[in-house]
Write a protein that binds this ligand. Structure first.
Ligand code: AMP
Ligand code: MG
Length: 412
């Protein structure tokens, strides 16, 4: 499935596009670009299901016992204290009792054992006293007590997990329990990460204050890895159109994240190249922090031209690239996890754009990073998440409810 050149085009005539409009457009236009393969369930953590799954058999497959105790037929007994003959033998998990238990008799039965013929109720061993051949307990449990019905969790053939679901460890337990050894999944999206700018240098390689250490590349490569993609380090190119073109041509990726050079200045070569390719959608989003984003399709490969500033690059990646990469990977649309907490800070904002603040939870309240300066990379690292302030003008006072988006909800 290849993307159309204009797949990132925003509605014309809008000066600053609201975040939600841009997201709705991604959601509508992006589809999986990767093929599928079958793999063992045991190895499929973080993979995305490429087909709906259904139970190969029920869970549990037959009625079994939930506790260690003694089983009997409820019908045969009257309420009140009981004293029953115990029959020889027992039922254990994986070692069923072969015979049938006569009415008015009890059998030793252990957790996970199939419920033998003639038994429908189990009394807990802690409630019983026994001799070699007699079992006593003070009160009759409810009919069916301490047993699990066949299929009470999942019936055979029932839908289990749908296409587009990203597998997590408990999902591997569920798929295994219903008898699925293999699943059809999407091949992980290969995501290239390229830094651009003449000023960039590898960390620690120079004393020249005119050089900036490349902070975006390790951050973005790690992020896409955490999102189940295969990170591909495309290195760094200077502000040079030919070098950038060569890097994009040779990327061999399903999607590319670039940082820097995404606006419309003299040295903004990412946007210029995408413009030449006829696919540039210069996104002017009503968002702080964020500058124009350059989205486009380079020879069929989607390119997310992120701002160079690491704070803006991270916010734009979390808000836009994450859901986009998710759809390209075959996964469902997954809005960030958010919850409302009281603010521990004071802040006024103007109307017209959404703002994300670097934030942290402390004693159940959201603290905001002291400086909103978008050059303050230390604030990204100080934070445990973001506070999202919606578009209207507002003043937040301590104790006011605010939306907190934990980093954990973004997978880190
Ligand atoms: P640009 O978007 O290219 O105009 O860059 C905006 C700011 O981000 C400039 O101060 C750049 O030096 C800085 N910058 C660009 N790329 C990176 C990077 N990979 N790591 C750290 N800072 C960067
Ligand atoms: Mg630059």
């Amino acid at each position: 499935m290849t993307l159309k050149n204009d797949c990132f085009a925003l509605p014309p005539g809008i000066h600053w596009t609201p975040v939600d409009d841009a997201l709705a457009l991604l959601r509508e236009r992006l589809t999986p670009v990767v093929d599928t393969l079958r793999m063992p369930v045991a190895a499929a953590d973080t993979r995305i299901l490429a087909a709906d799954t259904s139970a190969a058999r029920a869970n549990p497959p037959a009625a079994n016992t939930a506790i260690d105790g003694y089983g009997f037929a409820h019908d045969a007994l009257s309420p009140g204290p009981q004293s029953l003959p115990l029959i020889a033998g027992r039922a254990a998990a994986g070692a069923p009792f072969k015979g049938s238990v006569p009415p008015g008799h009890a059998l030793r039965i252990l957790t996970g054992a199939l419920v033998p013929s003639g038994i429908d109720t189990v009394v807990m061993q802690e409630d019983c006293t026994r001799t070699d051949d007699t079992l006593s307990f003070p009160a009759l449990p409810k009919p069916g007590a301490n047993t699990r019905r066949a299929g009470e969790d999942v019936v055979a053939g029932a839908p289990v997990l749908p296409r587009g679901h990203r597998l997590r460890p408990p999902d591997l337990a569920l798929l295994s329990a219903v008898g699925l050894a293999e699943v059809e999944v999407f091949r992980p999206l290969r995501v290239g990460v390229l830094s651009t700018g003449d000023e960039l240098a590898e960390p620690g390689t120079t004393d020249d204050p005119a050089r900036t250490f490349d902070a975006n590349r390790p951050m973005l490569l790690s992020l896409v890895g955490r999102w189940g993609c295969v990170p591909v380090d495309l290195g760094h190119v200077g502000d040079d159109r030919a070098a950038l073109r060569a890097a994009l041509d040779g990327a061999g990726c399903d999607a590319i994240l670039t940082s820097g050079g995404a606006s419309s200045g003299d040295e903004d070569h990412v946007s210029a190249l995408l413009q030449d390719a006829g696919s540039l959608a210069a996104w002017r989003i009503a968002l702080k922090p964020g500058r124009p984003l350059a989205l486009g399709v380079w020879q069929g490969t989607p390119v997310f031209g992120l701002p160079g500033n690491p704070v803006a690059a991270l916010i734009c990646t979390l808000i836009f690239a994450r859901p986009a990469l998710s759809l390209l990977s075959g996964a469902d649309w997954t809005p960030p996890l958010a919850f409302t907490v009281p603010a521990a800070f004071q802040k006024s904002k103007k109307s017209g754009r959404r703002e994300y603040l670097r934030a942290r939870l402390h004693d159940g309240q959201a603290q905001a990073f002291g400086s909103e300066g978008s050059g303050r990379i230390s604030g990204l690292s100080w934070a445990d998440g973001l506070i999202e302030l919606s578009e209207p003008a507002q003043t937040v006072n301590p104790g006011d409810p605010v939306r907190f988006l934990p980093y954990a909800g973004f997978g880190f």
